[in-house]
Design a protein around this ligand. Structure first.
Ligand code: BG6
Length: 496
């Protein structure tokens, strides 16, 4: 793919940890043609040589590889930039035009904003007014989260961006859409005759999505205090997984058709507001505790966090989708920091059979479950009941497992690598459309409006636990419980 990639925020963490290594992997696999150039843009002064060295260092530390690294790094250039100053954009423009000519890039440009979100709008406006978007080839804007802080700020940002780029030139990153098993949801659903007929409220009792982390807020206290788990994880990643699980089969696998079906899910999501929020959503904040045998501090004792912070580091909720397929089926979602384990899993629980003829050693028969393991393991498990060897009428649970990692872990590209490649090819399917963003902010804003008005009795869960008790009660009152994520691991395919 011939293009000039400008990375704004090139000295930042994301560029070093994800973008440079991903570009290198694309290069190594022959997915970047010889005709590409990268301009690193950031405030601090650096020479090209220094920048190239930092690119090499980050590739080596992320991948431990250095084959053809000098050749790769020679495509990288640096521009020390002031985001509010037109003359700085003029210099960048001259540099871009020269590189365009030198590498025969056909005027194709990708602008990647991997920096503090407060500058997103300003940069987009300058790119247009200073002529950087005035090109013969394609122009695309890749933009990291957070896309706004609420619906109003997201709209404002979108308007600024749209003065310089059309909707189909904007690639809003949700890195969960780069994950192999998130992309697999559609294939599992739409390429198997055995699931789709059951994928509705007649056969599914509830769906649970858990994304738990063991890490705390780390060095990001300043950002996190303004965000919390609701905005940081639920508005984007969790709601995207809900949409993929709930969408209707698209007519074709095109970007527009897939996005249209996802948007229809967002439109059908039941808004919860006012006092009702407490019936549907639970928030939590971690106190101190033990993780992997180590004592860890409470959220309120983390750097750059208010000692009386009311910010949630955990959220659990019930999402209802009021359409024909899903009426009455709760989608339970939960995510949080400093939980027992790092894991993202989807559990689809099927309804009980109408009459139970078998017993599982004095227990009720286990319901059938389809578990989609997003990370750290990648795979699917189907929980069935089968006859217990030697038993008479006893049934036992058996699991059919497919672990992606066993098959092609070494070749599974990193999420960012896939997203960058998609963007270069002009495939926006796995990026979020403005309509999805807007609906999802609208949903989340109603929850935060209620939460911001009242203080919760934080901290209300211990680090190393699976969240506050209220998150369990949320399901208990519907007659369900959270399937324990650690018991569902893909490798554990013995019957219990
Ligand atoms: C990011 C959030 O979007 O996702 C982080 O800002 C969170 O707070 C991260 O840690 C989780 O991503 P992953 O891929 O590790 O599940």
């Amino acid at each position: 793919m011939t293009s000039l990639i400008m990375i704004f925020g090139a000295t930042g963490d994301l560029a070093k940890r994800k973008l440079f290594p991903s570009l290198y992997r694309l290069f190594e696999r022959g997915r970047l043609s010889e005709q590409f150039a990268v301009v690193g843009v950031a405030r601090r002064p650096l020479s090209n040589d220094e920048f190239q060295q930092s690119v090499k260092d980050s590739v080596q530390s992320a991948l431990g590889k250095d084959e053809r690294i000098d050749e790769f790094a020679s495509h990288f250039y640096y521009h020390s930039h002031d985001v509010t100053n037109s003359s700085s954009y003029q210099t960048l423009k001259t540099m871009a035009n020269e590189l365009d000519e030198h590498y025969h890039l056909g005027g194709n440009r990708i602008f990647y904003l991997a920096m503090a979100p407060e500058f997103f709008g300003t940069i987009a406006l300058h790119l247009k007014s200073d002529g950087l978007t005035d090109v013969k080839g394609f122009k695309r804007l890749v933009i990291e989260k957070p896309f706004g802080h609420d619906l109003a700020s997201a709209k404002e940002l979108n308007e600024q961006i749209r003065t310089a780029f059309s909707e189909d030139e904007v690639y809003r990153i949700d890195h969960y859409l780069g994950k192999e098993m998130v992309r697999n949801i559609e294939v599992i659903r739409f390429a198997n005759a055995i699931f789709e007929p059951l994928w509705n409220n007649r056969y599914i009792s509830n769906i649970q999505i858990t994304s738990s982390e063991t890490l705390g807020v780390e060095e990001r206290g300043r950002y996190y205090e303004t965000s919390g788990a609701l905005r940081d994880m639920l508005q984007n990643h969790m709601m995207q997984m809900v949409a993929l699980l709930a969408m209707e089969p698209p007519i074709k696998l095109t970007t527009d058709e897939i996005r249209a079906e996802k948007v229809r899910v967002f439109r059908a999501v039941r808004n919860v507001e006012g006092e009702d929020v407490h019936n549907y959503f639970v928030r939590g904040q971690y106190g101190e505790g033990t993780i992997d045998g180590k004592q860890v501090p409470a959220y309120r004792d983390e750097p750059m966090v208010d000692k009386e912070s009311n910010t949630e580091t955990f959220v659990a909720g019930k999402v209802m989708i009021d359409n024909f397929r899903w009426a009455g089926v709760p989608f339970y979602i939960r995510t949080g920091k400093r939980m027992t384990t790092k894991s993202t899993k989807i559990v689809v629980q099927f309804k009980d059979i109408p009459m139970n003829l078998y017993y599982q050693t004095e227990k009720e028969l286990n319901p059938n479950l389809l578990v989609i393991h997003i990370q750290p393991e990648e795979g699917i498990t189907l929980h069935l009941n089968a006859k217990k060897a030697g038993g008479h009428l006893d049934a036992q649970e058996v699991k059919l497992s497919f672990a992606n990692s066993g098959v092609n872990a070494m070749n599974t590209p990193e999420g960012y690598e896939k997203l960058l490649y998609d963007c270069m090819r002009g495939d926006a399917t796995n990026f979020t459309h403005w309509d999805e963003v807007a609906y999802s902010w609208n949903f989340v804003d109603k929850i935060s409006a209620v939460w911001e008005k009242s203080k919760e009795n934080f901290p209300n869960y211990e680090s190393g636990s699976m969240g506050p008790k209220a998150a369990d009660e949320l399901l208990e009152k519907d007659g369900f419980f959270w399937w324990p994520v650690t018991d569902l691991d893909v490798d554990n395919c013995q019957g219990k």
